[in-house]
Design a protein around this ligand. Structure first.
Ligand SMILES: [Zn+2]
Length: 144
Protein backbone atom coordinates (compact mmCIF):
# COMPACT_ATOMS: atom_id res chain seq x y z
CA UNK A 1 0.00 0.00 0.00
CA UNK A 2 1.40 3.35 -1.03
CA UNK A 3 -0.19 6.45 0.34
CA UNK A 4 -3.66 5.95 1.70
CA UNK A 5 -5.49 4.88 -1.37
CA UNK A 6 -3.22 3.14 -3.86
CA UNK A 7 -2.11 -0.45 -3.70
CA UNK A 8 0.92 -1.68 -5.58
CA UNK A 9 0.60 -5.18 -7.01
CA UNK A 10 3.23 -7.73 -8.03
CA UNK A 11 5.80 -6.34 -5.63
CA UNK A 12 9.08 -8.04 -4.79
CA UNK A 13 10.07 -8.38 -1.15
CA UNK A 14 13.79 -8.23 -0.41
CA UNK A 15 14.30 -8.64 3.35
CA UNK A 16 17.74 -7.03 3.62
CA UNK A 17 17.00 -4.14 1.30
CA UNK A 18 16.74 -0.94 3.33
CA UNK A 19 14.56 1.07 0.94
CA UNK A 20 11.55 0.40 -1.22
CA UNK A 21 11.84 1.21 -4.90
CA UNK A 22 8.87 1.90 -7.11
CA UNK A 23 9.16 1.54 -10.86
CA UNK A 24 7.79 4.54 -12.74
CA UNK A 25 7.22 2.34 -15.79
CA UNK A 26 5.12 -0.12 -13.76
CA UNK A 27 2.98 2.77 -12.57
CA UNK A 28 2.44 4.19 -16.05
CA UNK A 29 1.56 0.68 -17.33
CA UNK A 30 -1.26 0.68 -14.79
CA UNK A 31 -2.67 3.95 -16.04
CA UNK A 32 -0.94 6.34 -13.69
CA UNK A 33 0.38 9.69 -14.84
CA UNK A 34 3.61 10.86 -13.28
CA UNK A 35 4.37 14.56 -13.02
CA UNK A 36 7.79 15.81 -12.05
CA UNK A 37 7.75 19.42 -10.96
CA UNK A 38 10.88 20.85 -9.37
CA UNK A 39 11.50 18.52 -6.42
CA UNK A 40 8.01 17.07 -6.20
CA UNK A 41 6.92 13.89 -7.96
CA UNK A 42 3.19 13.41 -8.19
CA UNK A 43 1.50 10.20 -9.32
CA UNK A 44 -2.10 10.57 -10.39
CA UNK A 45 -4.59 7.93 -11.28
CA UNK A 46 -7.94 8.85 -12.77
CA UNK A 47 -7.35 12.50 -11.93
CA UNK A 48 -6.62 11.89 -8.28
CA UNK A 49 -3.19 12.13 -6.72
CA UNK A 50 -2.37 8.77 -5.18
CA UNK A 51 1.35 9.12 -4.49
CA UNK A 52 3.46 12.18 -3.77
CA UNK A 53 7.21 12.14 -3.33
CA UNK A 54 9.79 14.82 -2.63
CA UNK A 55 13.42 14.77 -3.74
CA UNK A 56 15.87 14.59 -0.88
CA UNK A 57 19.47 15.83 -0.78
CA UNK A 58 20.69 12.80 -2.74
CA UNK A 59 18.17 13.50 -5.53
CA UNK A 60 16.04 10.47 -4.75
CA UNK A 61 12.32 10.89 -4.48
CA UNK A 62 11.09 9.87 -1.06
CA UNK A 63 7.42 9.09 -0.58
CA UNK A 64 5.53 11.65 1.42
CA UNK A 65 2.70 10.62 3.65
CA UNK A 66 -0.55 11.38 1.92
CA UNK A 67 -3.02 13.41 3.90
CA UNK A 68 -5.76 11.28 5.28
CA UNK A 69 -9.30 12.04 4.46
CA UNK A 70 -10.43 15.02 6.38
CA UNK A 71 -13.61 14.25 8.15
CA UNK A 72 -15.11 16.86 10.31
CA UNK A 73 -18.01 16.26 12.48
CA UNK A 74 -19.85 18.55 14.74
CA UNK A 75 -20.46 16.89 18.05
CA UNK A 76 -24.08 16.24 18.68
CA UNK A 77 -25.40 18.38 21.46
CA UNK A 78 -26.63 16.05 24.11
CA UNK A 79 -28.30 16.21 27.43
CA UNK A 80 -25.72 16.66 30.21
CA UNK A 81 -27.72 14.13 32.20
CA UNK A 82 -26.85 11.52 29.58
CA UNK A 83 -23.14 12.18 30.13
CA UNK A 84 -23.75 12.13 33.88
CA UNK A 85 -25.09 8.60 33.51
CA UNK A 86 -22.42 7.55 30.99
CA UNK A 87 -19.71 8.60 33.42
CA UNK A 88 -21.09 6.55 36.27
CA UNK A 89 -23.13 9.35 37.82
CA UNK A 90 -20.27 11.85 37.98
CA UNK A 91 -21.14 15.12 39.67
CA UNK A 92 -22.38 17.85 37.32
CA UNK A 93 -19.34 20.11 37.80
CA UNK A 94 -17.18 17.28 36.48
CA UNK A 95 -19.55 16.64 33.61
CA UNK A 96 -19.53 20.33 32.63
CA UNK A 97 -15.72 20.41 32.78
CA UNK A 98 -15.65 17.54 30.31
CA UNK A 99 -17.09 19.74 27.55
CA UNK A 100 -13.97 21.90 27.48
CA UNK A 101 -11.56 19.00 28.09
CA UNK A 102 -12.68 16.48 25.47
CA UNK A 103 -13.48 16.52 21.80
CA UNK A 104 -16.89 15.35 20.74
CA UNK A 105 -18.70 16.38 23.87
CA UNK A 106 -21.24 19.16 23.51
CA UNK A 107 -24.14 19.94 25.72
CA UNK A 108 -27.49 21.36 24.84
CA UNK A 109 -27.54 25.01 25.75
CA UNK A 110 -30.26 26.42 27.89
CA UNK A 111 -31.01 23.20 29.72
CA UNK A 112 -31.49 23.40 33.43
CA UNK A 113 -29.42 20.33 34.15
CA UNK A 114 -28.76 21.31 37.74
CA UNK A 115 -32.38 21.03 38.65
CA UNK A 116 -32.81 17.63 37.06
CA UNK A 117 -33.15 14.93 39.65
CA UNK A 118 -31.24 11.74 39.10
CA UNK A 119 -33.17 9.08 40.96
CA UNK A 120 -30.25 6.59 41.25
CA UNK A 121 -28.05 9.33 42.73
CA UNK A 122 -30.69 10.32 45.26
CA UNK A 123 -31.28 6.69 46.18
CA UNK A 124 -27.55 6.06 46.43
CA UNK A 125 -27.12 8.89 48.89
CA UNK A 126 -29.93 7.73 51.13
CA UNK A 127 -29.08 5.54 54.02
CA UNK A 128 -30.81 4.33 57.09
CA UNK A 129 -29.62 5.98 60.22
CA UNK A 130 -29.30 3.62 63.16
CA UNK A 131 -29.20 5.07 66.63
CA UNK A 132 -28.05 2.42 69.01
CA UNK A 133 -28.99 4.30 72.15
CA UNK A 134 -32.53 5.17 71.24
CA UNK A 135 -35.12 3.27 73.23
CA UNK A 136 -36.38 0.27 71.39
CA UNK A 137 -39.80 -1.14 71.86
CA UNK A 138 -39.35 -4.33 73.82
CA UNK A 139 -41.39 -7.43 73.60
CA UNK A 140 -43.74 -8.03 76.40
CA UNK A 141 -44.91 -11.49 75.30
CA UNK A 142 -43.40 -14.44 73.46
CA UNK A 143 -43.31 -14.29 69.66
CA UNK A 144 -44.48 -10.74 69.61
ZN1 LIG B 1 -26.90 10.12 38.81
Amino acid sequence: MVGNNYMLEDVLFIPNFSVNLVSARKLTKRGCKITLDDDICSVNKEGQEVIRAKADSSDIYVLLPMPKALITTVPKEEDPGLWHRRLGHLHMAGVKALESMAHGVAFQKGQKEDTAVCVPCVEGKQHKHYRRHDPVARMTRRLE
